[in-house]
Write a protein that binds this ligand. Sequence first.
Ligand code: SF4
Length: 179
Amino acid sequence: MDRVTRKPRLATVWLGGCSGCHMSFLDLDERLISLAARVDLCASPLTDYKDFPETDITLVEGAVANQEHLEHIRTVRRRTKILVSLGDCAVTGNVTAMRNIFKLEDVLDRAYRQTATVVIGIPSGNGAVPRLLDRVRPVHEVVKVDRFVPGCPPSADAIHEFVVGLLEGRATSLQGRFG
Ligand code: SF4
């Protein structure tokens, strides 16, 4: 009997980022259709999943900024064969890490007291927000990252070349620089 081969399972994850890297991914336009024929998109911010699935490749946008990100990326790492930092926030912290030059209490005070107009104070109870980490961290400071795709955001062409290269077994990593 012929061996049944399955398509590689691809996921995308959104941590502390502006969604620009996902927008750049969507800018693949019609190339998304040919990519969809080659992979099984098993999780993304646009899909509804309760538990993060086992994947072959996961593209991660954004830095690790709060407790929820930290727990999520650890789960993602356990269930992913090739983990990719996509974009400068994931690779270096970038824009998300700009708050690192301030004390966490000052950041919270600015966001929830000084500039608040309706509800003053840090939300609690049902509306509570995830606890911010003292320092925003790039993904590879928290879990092992296998590939890096820098850029803010990486262009659609760069993302396409990288993903296709990965699917075809070509090395397209800047790991030596950041890993
Ligand atoms: Fe947004 Fe740039 Fe960060 Fe991507 S790398 S999430 S585009 S700020």
